[in-house]
Structure formats: structure tokens, C-alpha cells
Design a protein around this ligand. Structure first.
Ligand code: ADP
Length: 566
């Protein structure tokens, strides 16, 4: 398979090679599944042969963590390529096959992510933080997110905190969210119709530590008594047919258990087959002296009374897909016109070409981080862009201190997790007053017509002949696919000169169609290859290109339609 990938090129792939690639992929996937789900017979011998006798358990986990991390990169490529393939013209059989490929590669990605998470934990590489957070907000946030995950099911999800539970705590909020999301995620998976309850209650105070109990109960399929113990073991599912019906790797609960025990807590389960399951988690926290909710509640009282955000245009920089979905849902509910991107360059371009009222900025993003994007915005020569309010979003308490924000020009900040009202309050508080006359024509441009390409120049060169334009566009697409294939191939063999050459060659085609975002990404690819040879950055830019291209292609289709109907 490795040889196949090394010499891989789109233009050369014929149907027998494609079928060979598919077979290699299937056998690779089957091998991994066998390893994960326990068909050890066929692989046990090889494994024992290569396993050095003195390898400690921790080392093994460290190796698995590294391997899973390494697997993720090409796997990302596979997922990206399949997405690209889906954008091309496919007949119904091909569509069915690409959908199956999509599902298989996505589940491989899920398994790899869980494996990485588990191995990081087991090898002691997972870090736990202790930061102040508001439990009320966190639990409501988790509840909100889980409700958005319940699709096509008749499930009621209730969240309740006892009155005597302290709300201002010090602990690791992101690990707590991960634990609750995992347990609630399982509940959602195993309940077809019924109820899920998340209850938080106070347990005790010992050694200055406050012990809280989180109970997650559901009215789902339940677990047989004799299977209860083994569900916390790695790669274990209650029944052999669970994987077939519900998917999953059997790693989730072992990750949850590790996360809890590493923080000095414990987890227990009780269940009745066909009736439902209850997980109880006890975790220690320190009570925070500062009231994290006080100031925010006074803000939100002012804002939730009227729907003052209707029609507000918000640009969101966020790379986490779950957070993207959450944010989109929220802002849409408030009637905001929203655009979400994880691409700094693209976001900055959007700001130049469209009117936005406010920016929500995740600080930790790959490549250009939130501070860097903010600095670019503040340096803009357009005063409207320069003065746009920017609210930073971060889960890291230390990254978000006032001084840092002021230095880079961030207007305000909110700590993740936050609840909807807090966000609503902060947005409306920070909106600039609306000018009396809106003479900027950009303000009228709807987001849907963002100009990613401009075919006017090339149409002129074709002397208005649309058939010729069709042919040039076909060649353009072919060039792009060749470029993608070549860059992939050169990156695999670490041939950065080759990547630079491919980027140089594609530049004129990109310019011809005035594809500003792709041109800029390509320019950066060239710069990296000429300059610091930062392979990680190059890989990031390459994936930006893969993400961006389908948008450009669909815009070309819209433009072509417009030209032909005129
Ligand atoms: P998986 O990825 O398979 O969900 P987990 O480790 O999260 O892995 O769960 C292990 C097994 O425990 C599941 O496959 C399922 O059989 C059982 N299980 C976990 N939570 C529930 C629940 N709420 N209801 C019924 N069965 C559950």
C-alpha cells in the first residue's frame, strides 16, 4: 500500500489501480479493526515477534499514541480526498461507493482519535489543569450540546443541579465536559425513545476538597448484570452485536474511567436489561472564592429582555467542529447572520469584502492564532474593519488575561464553557452603535455571494465564447487535481522543492480565475518552500487548500450559470 501511495497520481489512476487501492484500504481497515475488536488470532504471532520483552506498558502506550497521531495525518488526507471526489460528477453507483468510503474512513478516524486519547492517558502524557470555572454554565452547556446531538429520536434530556451544589469551582472543566459528554453520548446512543437525566448533587467535604456526584441515568436498552464489570475494560462492549448495531470502539468508558480516577474520583454503574442504566461519577473539586457568575448575571439581565441581536452580522473564527455547530445553532436562534471559518486568511478576506458587526475569535487555532488574526484586523487601513469589536473565546484561563487582550486589541473575552445568556450579553454589550446612514455598498452584499472567483477577465479573453470558457474551466480543474496529487506525492517523499515547483506552476491558473483565497494559500506554500521549510505548516496550508477548493468550484458553477443565462 505504501508503494502504491508513493507513486500515487490522480491522472494515472485507472480502474484496476483504483480497485487495488480499495482492496489495500479494506485490508488495512480490517487489520486495524481486528486489532481493536479482538480477532487476535491472525495477528497475534506477528505482534509477539516484534514485541521486545523489556518494553514497559507505558512505553507501549506511548508508541501507540505516536502511531495513532501519525495515522491521523494520512487519514485526514484520505477523508479530504474522498470529499473532493464527492464534489466531482459521480453516477449513482459511484456515489454509493464514495459514501461507503466516507463512512468507513470517518469511523477509522473516530477509532484512531479514541486510541490516541486512551494511549495519551495511559502513558501519562495527558495534562490536567486546575482553573476556576462555573459549574452551572458548564452543565448547561453540555446539556445544550447534547440536545443538538439528539436527532430523529424521541428523547427528553433533563439537567438539574441541587441547590446546595457550589457553582464556582476550581478543577479541569474541559475534562469534566469530556466525561459528561461521553456518558451522555452513550445514553443518547442506547436510548431510542425515553428520558435521560443528568443530576449534580453535593456529596461531602474532605481535606478541603468538595466531592460532587454526577448521575447520568437513561431509560435505554440497559446492560446485563454479568456484563456490567467488563464495560470499563478497554475495547469491551456489552454484547457481541453492539458494534454491528451501534458502532463504537469500546474505548469510551475506559477513557472516562481513567480521566476520573486520575483526578482522584470514582465511577460506578447500575443497570437493568431493557429498562435503563445509571452511571454515577464522584469527583473532587476546590471551591473558588471568587464569584464567577455574579458580574455576568447582571450583564445578562439587561440583554435577554429584548431580541437585540436580530440581523447582527457575526464572523466566527473557530476550528473545533462541535463548537462550530454549537455556535451556529446559537447565533441562528438569535436571528444573527453568521459566517464561521477556521481559516484566518479566508476570514480576513471576508472581512474586507463584507460588512460584519462583530467578530467572535477562538484564540487557539492552528496556523494563525486568534491573537495574530486580531493584530492583522487592527492593522487594516479600512477604519470599519480596524474598529470592529472582537470577543475572544478561550478555554484557557491563563491565555485570556486582560493585559494580553488589550495589547493585541481584543475588545472583550469569554471563558469556555459559557452559557448562552452570557454570550448573548457580551455580544450585545460590545456591538458598535449602528451609523445613521449606511453608505457602504459592501453592507448590502449577502454572504452567500462571497466572491471567491471572478470569471470576467477570462470571459473577455475568450471573447465572450462560453464553450471556450467551459473548456478552460475544465482544464483549470484538471490542473488543480494534478496540483493536489503532486503536492501530496512530494510531501510524502519530503520533496519540498517539488511542492514549491507545483505551487509555482498553478499560480497563473489561479490568477486567471481571480481566486484570491486559493492564490494566497498557494503564495504561502511557495514562501514556505523557499524559506523555512516548515513541513507542519506546509501540511496545514495543503489542507487549507483542500478545504477551500470545493467552495471555489461551486462558486465557479454559480458564475457559469449566471454568465450563460445573461
Ligand atoms: P462504545 O464506543 O462501544 O460506546 P464505551 O466504552 O463507551 O464504548 O461503552 C462500552 C459498552 O458499554 C458499549 O458498547 C455498550 O455495550 C455499553 N454501554 C455504555 N453505556 C451504555 C448505556 N448508557 N446503555 C447501555 N449500554 C451502555
Amino acid at each position: 500500500m505504501e508503494n502504491g501511495l508513493d507513486s500515487f497520481s490522480f491522472s494515472e489512476l485507472n480502474s484496476s489501480e483504483a480497485s487495488k487501492l480499495k482492496k489495500s484500504f479494506t485490508s488495512f481497515k480490517n487489520g486495524l479493526e481486528a486489532k481493536v475488536f479482538g480477532d487476535y488470532e491472525s495477528i497475534a504471532v506477528d505482534y509477539e515477534e516484534v514485541k521486545p520483552s523489556n518494553l514497559s506498558k507505558q512505553n507501549e502506550h506511548s508508541i501507540i499514541a505516536n502511531a495513532s497521531h501519525e495515522i491521523r495525518t494520512p487519514l485526514n488526507g484520505i477523508v479530504g480526498f474522498i470529499d473532493l471526489l464527492k464534489e466531482t460528477k459521480l453516477d449513482s453507483k459511484q456515489q454509493e461507493l464514495t459514501n461507503a468510503l466516507s463512512a468507513a474512513s470517518q469511523s477509522l478516524m473516530d477509532i484512531t482519535n479514541e486510541l490516541l486519547e486512551f494511549s495519551k492517558l495511559a502513558s501519562g502524557r495527558e495534562k490536567f489543569v486546575r482553573v476556576p470555572f462555573n459549574l452551572n454554565s458548564l452543565v448547561n452547556e453540555v446539556g445544550f450540546l447534547c440536545r443538538t446531538l439528539i436527532t430523529n429520536k424521541d428523547i427528553v434530556l433533563n439537567v438539574a443541579l441541587d441547590a446546595n451544589v457550589p457553582k464556582n469551582l476550581i478543577g479541569d472543566p474541559s475534562k469534566l465536559s469530556q466525561i459528561l459528554l461521553n456518558l451522555l453520548g452513550n445514553a443518547i446512543k442506547f436510548v431510542e425513545k425515553g428520558k435521560i437525566d443528568l443530576k449534580v448533587s453535593f456529596k461531602s467535604i474532605e481535606d478541603h476538597k468538595t466531592y460532587l456526584e454526577f448521575s447520568i441515568s437513561d431509560t435505554g436498552i440497559g446492560i446485563a448484570n454479568d456484563k456490567l464489570k467488563k464495560i470499563f475494560e478497554t475495547y469491551q462492549q456489552a454484547e457481541p452485536e453492539t458494534h454491528l448495531k451501534y458502532g463504537g470502539s469500546g474505548l469510551g468508558l475506559s477513557i472516562v474511567k481513567e480521566l476520573i480516577e486520575k483526578q482522584g474520583g470514582c465511577i460506578a454503574v447500575s443497570s437493568a436489561l431493557g429498562k435503563g442504566t445509571t452511571f454515577k461519577v464522584i469527583l473532587p473539586f476546590t471551591q473558588a472564592t471568587q464569584d464567577l457568575e455574579q458580574t455576568k448575571t447582571t450583564t445578562l439581565e439587561k440583554v435577554t429582555q429584548n431580541n437585540c441581536l436580530e440581523g447582527t452580522k457575526i464572523l466566527v473564527f473557530e476550528d473545533n467542529t462541535l463548537n462550530q455547530k454549537l455556535m451556529e445553532n446559537r447565533l441562528k436562534n438569535w436571528g444573527c447572520d453568521t459566517f464561521i471559518t477556521d481559516n484566518g486568511i479566508y476570514g480576513l478576506k471576508l472581512l474586507e469584502n463584507h460588512h460584519f458587526d462583530l467578530v467572535l475569535m477562538d484564540l487557539k487555532m492552528p496556523n494563525m492564532n486568534g491573537f495574530q488574526i486580531t493584530e492583522r484586523i487592527r492593522k487594516s487601513t479600512n477604519t470599519k474593519i480596524q474598529n470592529i469589536p472582537i470577543i475572544a473565546l478561550s478555554a484557557d484561563y491563563s491565555a485570556i488575561d486582560k493585559e494580553n487582550c488589550e495589547r493585541t486589541g481584543i475588545t472583550d473575552f469569554i471563558l469556555k464553557p459559557y452559557n448562552a445568556e452570557e454570550l448573548h450579553g457580551l455580544i450585545s454589550q460590545n456591538l458598535n452603535p449602528i451609523p445613521e446612514t449606511q453608505d457602504d455598498s459592501r453592507e448590502q452584499a449577502p454572504l452567500a455571494t462571497t466572491k471567491l472567483v471572478n470569471l470576467d477577465t477570462i470571459l473577455e479573453e475568450c471573447l465572450g465564447q462560453t464553450e471556450l470558457l467551459d473548456e478552460l474551466i475544465r482544464l483549470f480543474k484538471q490542473n488543480i487535481f494534478e496540483f493536489i496529487g503532486k503536492v501530496k506525492m512530494h510531501m510524502q517523499s519530503n520533496n519540498l522543492q517539488g511542492v514549491g515547483f507545483a505551487a509555482h506552476k498553478i499560480k497563473s491558473s489561479l490568477k486567471m480565475l481571480d481566486t484570491t483565497t486559493l492564490s494566497e494559500i498557494c503564495e504561502q506554500i511557495s514562501d514556505v518552500c523557499k524559506g523555512n521549510n516548515d513541513v507542519k505548516h506546509l501540511n496545514y496550508l495543503y489542507h487549507q487548500f483542500l478545504d477551500e477548493y470545493p467552495k471555489v468550484e461551486s462558486q465557479i458553477a454559480i458564475e457559469m450559470k449566471r454568465i450563460k443565462t445573461n
